[in-house]
Ligand binder design. Sequence first.
Ligand code: SF4
Length: 502
Amino acid sequence: MRIKTFSLNSDHQVIVKIVKELFSLFHIEVGEDFEEADFGRWDIRNEQLAGNPVRVVTRLILDGRETLERRAEGKEDERESAAVHRIIKLNLYWILRERFGFPAAPWGILHGVRPTKIVHRWIREGLPEKDILSRLEADYACSREKAELIVPLAFRQLPFLKTSDERTVSIYIGIPFCLTRCLYCSFPSNILPEETKLREFMGVLAKDLAAAKDAVLRYGFRIQNIYIGGGTPTSLPDNFFAEMVDMVYNAFYGEDIVEFTIEAGRPDSITGAKISCMTEHHVTRVSVNPQTMQERTLRRIGRRHTPEDIVAMFYALRSAGIPHINMDLILGLPGETAEDVEDTMRKVVALGPDDITLHALALKRGSNLKLMLDENEHVELPDDEETRRMSKTAMRYIHDAGMHPYYLYRQGYMSGQLENLGCCREGAEGMYNIQIMEEHQTILGIGGAATTKVVDFKEHRMKSSFHAKDLATYLRDIDIYIEKRNRLLEEVYGGQEELASC
Ligand code: SF4
């Protein structure tokens, strides 16, 4: 649907964002330049009525002729501003659906990255499971299917979340290099540079690691998980890889470590020497990311390995005794159908991985894929319906393999309005995945494009400090980024020395 322009009786950023999210959800395009449009002008008027509980009326006026109206009220346990924003979104969602017959969105108006957060809040407040399910449907127009996905998943996370406290942290190390750039990638990864640049990176990384280690000692942190990601850490040449793993191990490995993960990404980046290095350093989890087992798709998305390479890499890791192997797949890749996903799932499940993460393709700014679409190049992308068929097929294999979903997050512009879903066999839950996705634990970010996330338990919010996304800036300004991380840690943990002994 196309409209030429719209107006809002508020320029509050959150309200503008809400409206834009709904337009995007229902594929409503806005443009003064459209030669043909379904409507010339929409006026959206929201009014908060006096009294308690919060009540909001939303009106949508179409071309000044037709007025549609909906009203709703907030809940006792909602903050006033949160209730107002939710109701505006819910009102407009229903007005648009009822007037134009748009199909139900699987997640309703739950647009955030972490839909489980609201579920965890209700769990903490003591709401029983059936009430949480009902509120997701009533308050957020979430489908029963998605509600029944995240509510049991959130309950399943509870014992893992309980293993952490204010002084328990995880360490993330970003190695921002890859062998080639995938079509859909929007990460700030760099094609592996020559040796001099790598040497410079290692020097800066050593400084970054040392500063983070000082912080760990200063605040008495207990390290629960180490995660080396990127990029593709295994794209480093063998000698650099061994040196990097050794530095990380010496800085942070200790008896409290529950999980030590390395992303191995692609089979063309792995060697026997790297596998030996990982086992020698007690790596517990390796992520192998085939994305698909369809050879023509691998070529299409810019990977230069075959499905057979993935199988060989999997068995090499298994026979080396890596305890947990995770495999990432993407639903909605160019040119794929649900039948391709079925074939991929059959091949992946046959290997017996401990964990399978199902991603839905997200069209992100900065990716070559988005660029091609923006420039009207032909890319054969499966539509939402087909991607949902893919998801159903994949989930059938997950259940048949005895796996269950254990963490979930969403991104903007996801194919099929789906989600990224981590599934594993019993006992193979990735602790780091749960802690980071639920923003329940402080994560110290080290390396290229890394983010430090500090949980402020007093203010109940997450505060972040970002290393430069661009490699040259990271290398040049490392002292500035270390200082920013230190300041953030001091802001939250400074003056709480008494907790260090807890
Ligand atoms: S392997 Fe990952 S980080 Fe590297 S280019 Fe592909 S998607 Fe991007």
